[in-house]
Design a protein around this ligand. Structure first.
Ligand code: ZN
Length: 319
C-alpha cells in the first residue's frame, strides 16, 4: 500500500513517530507518522471519512464537550471566549482584501468568525452540524449544510476562504487545497487557524503527553510545511499569529503558573503527564493567492518544511 503524505501528497515518505495508547479522550490507540518531505505529522493510518463525519455530526458535538483536563466546555461559551482572537483575524482580513465580495467559512460552527465581518460582504457559512448551522443562520449568515469534501464553488468566485480550526480535521488537506485554490479570485485570501505545530516546545518536551494529540486532528503541519505546500498551490503567506493570550486556555497568570513545571520538565524532572497550554502550541496564518506556483522539490526549498525558520515566527501578531 502506498503511504502518501496527506499534506504534500508525496509517496512513501511517512515514518512512524509515536503510538498513543487509549488514554486520550478518543479512547483508542493511534499512531502518528511524520512526512520526511514536508515534516507534517499525521494520523497513520487515517480515519475513514465516514468516521470523521459521524464524529463531527454527533449531537453531543454541539453540546458540552471536554477540554484536555476533562473540564466541561459549552460550545457557545467556547466560541464567545475566542472573540478577541477572531477579531484580530477579521481585522487582518478586512485590511488585506482588495475588494468586497463573497467570503466562505468552511466548518463555520455558529458563525462567530463570519459575523465579525461587515454585512457588505456576502458571508457564507458552510457547516454540516444542524444545531451549529441553525445558530449561524440566526446571525443573519447564508448557511450551506455541507462537508468540506463535498462543497464546490464556481472558479474565481470567492474573495476569501476561511477555515477556522477546520483545515487539520480534513482527511485529505492536499486534495482540498488543490480544489479550493480555483474558487478564489487572484489576490484572494485564505485564512487557516488553530494549526498545531508538532515541532513546538511542548510536543518535544512531553512526547506522548502533549495535550493536543488527538486522532480527529488528522494532520499536524509545522509552519515550514505550510509555507512549502501553500506555495506549491500558488499561495503566499502574508501573516502569522500564535493565538495563546486571548484564548480560553491562555493568560499571563496561567503562563507564570506553568513555567516551574515546564522548567522541571526541561531538566528531566517534570511531574505532570499532560503538557500545559503554551504559546506556540498552535498557530494561524493568512495567505494570498498569487498564481506563482512554487515547486515542492525546488532544491533551494528542499527540507524547508522540516524545521521552523525562526524568522517566520519572530514577530507573532499575538501570543
Ligand atoms: Zn509531506
Amino acid at each position: 500500500m502506498i503511504r502518501r503524505c496527506r499534506l504534500c501528497a508525496e509517496d512513501d515518505v511517512l515514518i512512524p513517530q509515536l503510538t498513543l495508547d487509549g488514554s486520550s479522550a478518543f479512547g483508542e490507540p493511534f499512531t502518528l507518522s511524520r512526512c520526511e518531505e514536508c515534516g507534517a505529522w499525521q494520523v497513520d493510518p487515517p480515519l475513514s471519512l465516514d468516521f470523521i463525519h459521524s464524529y463531527f455530526q454527533a449531537p453531543e458535538r454541539w453540546r458540552i464537550s471536554h477540554d484536555p483536563e476533562g473540564r466541561p466546555v459549552d460550545p457557545a461559551e467556547r466560541a464567545a471566549a475566542r472573540q478577541g482572537e477572531y477579531t484580530k483575524y477579521a481585522s487582518a482580513l478586512i485590511n488585506s482584501l482588495e475588494e468586497v465580495g463573497r467570503v466562505v467559512d468552511i466548518g463555520a460552527g455558529a458563525g462567530v468568525m463570519l459575523s465579525l465581518l461587515p454585512d457588505s460582504f456576502q458571508r457564507i457559512a458552510v457547516e454540516p452540524h444542524p444545531d451549529a448551522a441553525e445558530a449561524a443562520s440566526r446571525l443573519g449568515l447564508t448557511v450551506m449544510r455541507e462537508w468540506a469534501e463535498n462543497i464546490d464553488f464556481p472558479s474565481e468566485s470567492l474573495t476569501c476562504l476561511i477555515m477556522n480550526q477546520t483545515f487539520d480535521h480534513l482527511r485529505d488537506p492536499s486534495g482540498f487545497l488543490a480544489r479550493a485554490v480555483h474558487w478564489l479570485k487572484p489576490g484572494g485570501l485564505l485564512l487557516l487557524t488553530g494549526l498545531i505545530n508538532p515541532d513546538g516546545l511542548m510536543p518535544r518536551l512531553y512526547g506522548p503527553g502533549f495535550r493536543l494529540w488527538h486522532p480527529l486532528y488528522q494532520i499536524y503541519p509545522p509552519p515550514g510545511a505550510m509555507v512549502m505546500v501553500l506555495g506549491s498551490h500558488g499561495f503566499e503567506v502574508l501573516r502569522w499569529w500564535q493565538p495563546y493570550f486571548g484564548t480560553p486556555y491562555g493568560s499571563l497568570k496561567q503562563l507564570l503558573l506553568n513555567i516551574p513545571e515546564v522548567l522541571c520538565r526541561m531538566m528531566g524532572k517534570g511531574r505532570g503527564q499532560l503538557s500545559p497550554a503554551w504559546p506556540g502550541n498552535t498557530y494561524s496564518l493568512l495567505a494570498r493567492k498569487t498564481l506563482l506556483l512554487q515547486p515542492l522539490k525546488d532544491p533551494a526549498r528542499q527540507g524547508q518544511g522540516r524545521a521552523l525558520d525562526p524568522r517566520m515566527l519572530a514577530h507573532p501578531s499575538s501570543g
